[in-house]
Ligand binder design. Structure first.
Ligand code: NAP
Length: 415
């Protein structure tokens, strides 16, 4: 919650980018300027930020002339230290985070400033956790990664279903399976750049593959074992859902974050808790064909992007920085996930939950989830302490109230 004596409660850092602008637009439309808290747009280019302020004022119908703009280079440590010292919560969409995010995290940790972002870059999170978790804990800086589609629906979804199981049956789930029923949306230039940067880093340093593959690689150092194994790469038949399943492209990130949440919540889900994710593909030969195509499609796609000429050919045709899905695509987009929570001993007490979003996952919904995370850190009475945290370990119950009320993301039991 706000310290009360800093200039800004929240700075949306990277507000000139595709997702940053949507996040700023969401905060302006829902919370106004300086009504309940003070906030500002931030980035490296004043002219672009002034244009964003004008445009989001027009789209929301909220006067934004008084909205401050903070300008500086994300590579300038002295500037970042000032930014962090004058702000309660830095909400950043400047990515790829592995390229542009490390100095900002360090500055927030030193200044005891809360922080939230949209990274899905596991290798970078691990570097930040190793470098800063201890000092962030000492300085009471809540550094919360993955506050977008990866990984809030999974992380808060697992938190929600465990809470429901405890309320109903007095025990947490022994195993949660998240299954993707469907989603519709597109990718932005920043997301493509982050994915390509991860491949580049892995080509230079093969230990990154180990971090990406090991199921508990972002758990606290002495707690990196558990009952889950690596993510499946082949399609399989899921008896619980009676359908063929394929690997979910975000599963490798989401599952690790859910496991870190469990560890940071002092194993509130249990020491033997298991968690996995997959995409539902249907029954019969059609389901098998769909699961095979989905699995092969993402494996071949990732492999091909590592090959220079294919990558150069594809890169020119993919969205560039600042570009992303159209308003129509965002507004007609959605996501729909089912979570099956297993009772530890009595299958008749299993619970099914549903997590749904009313916009495309990566931008329409993500910008609302990130905006609410920033407002939550700035204004809610949270019980969490500092550290390199996950959405559930930093803001579990608060997000469970905020997201359905404001962000069009629902967490419900499937009856
Ligand atoms: N987890 C999720 O679900 C999710 C969803 C969406 C996006 N993301 C991630 O969010 C990030 C942003 O994506 P995007 O598509 O919005 O990217 P984008 O449109 O390319 O925007 C990047 C922003 O970073 C700024 N920037 C770059 N270098 C900077 C520097 N040295 N100092 C200050 N600002 C700098 C850019 O400023 P200029 O405008 O001045 O160039 C721009 O504001 C990516 O890492 C992406 O993977 C994650």
């Amino acid at each position: 919650m706000s310290q009360g004596n800093r200039e800004h409660s929240i700075v949306v850092w990277g507000a000139s980018g595709f997702t940053g602008k949507l996040t700023a637009e969401y905060i302006l439309g829902r919370y106004g300027v300086n009504d309940r808290f003070s906030w500002a747009l931030g980035g490296r280019n004043l002219a672009k930020l002034e244009k964003v302020r004008k445009e989001i004022s027009e789209t929301t119908g909220v006067e934004a002339e008084a909205l401050p703009i903070v300008v500086g280079d994300g590579d300038d440590e002295a500037f970042l230290q000032d930014l962090a010292s004058q702000t309660d919560v830095v909400c950043t969409t400047v990515g790829p985070y592995a390229k542009y995010g490390s100095k900002l995290v360090a500055a927030c940790v030193r200044a005891g400033t809360d922080y939230c972002d949209l990274t899905g870059e596991v290798q970078w999170m691990k570097r930040m956790i190793d470098a800063h978790h201890e000092q962030a804990t000492e300085n009471n800086a809540r550094i919360v990664f993955t506050c977008g589609f990866d990984c809030i629906p999974s992380d808060i979804g697992a938190f929600f279903l465990n809470e429901e199981m405890k309320k109903k049956h007095g025990v947490p789930c022994s195993h949660i399976q998240l299954r993707v029923n469907g989603f519709s949306g597109g990718a932005s230039g920043g997301t493509v750049a982050s994915m390509l940067n991860m491949l580049d880093e892995a080509a230079e340093d093969s230990s990154i593959f180990k971090t990406l593959g090991a199921p508990y690689s972002i758990n606290p150092t002495d707690q990196q074992t558990g009952p889950d194994s690596r993510e499946a790469v082949l399609p399989s038949y899921d008896r619980d859902f009676d359908q063929w399943i394929a690997p979910f492209v975000m599963g490798a990130v989401n599952t690790k974050v859910v496991r870190r949440s469990n560890a940071l919540l002092n194993y509130a889900y249990g020491r033997n808790f298991r968690y996995d994710e997959a995409v539902l593909c249907g029954r019969g030969p059609g389901g098998l064909a769909k699961a095979t195509a989905a699995g092969l499609g993402s494996a071949i796609g990732m492999g091909a992007m590592a090959v220079g000429p294919i990558r150069r050919f594809a890169a020119g045709r993919l969205p560039q920085p600042g570009e992303g899905p159209s308003l129509e695509k965002r507004e007609t987009g959605f996501f729909d996930l089912t979570l099956l929570g297993h009772h530890p001993s009595d299958p008749s007490q299993n619970l099914k939950g549903r997590v749904r979003g009313d916009r495309d996952p990566g931008y329409g919904s993500t910008s609302k989830m990130l905006g609410e995370s920033a407002v939550c850190l700035a204004t809610d009475e949270l019980t969490s302490n500092g550290g390199c945290l996950t959405p559930a370990s930093a803001m579990g119950n608060a997000l469970l109230s905020r997201l359905p009320a404001h962000a069009g993301v629902s967490f419900e039991l499937d009856r």
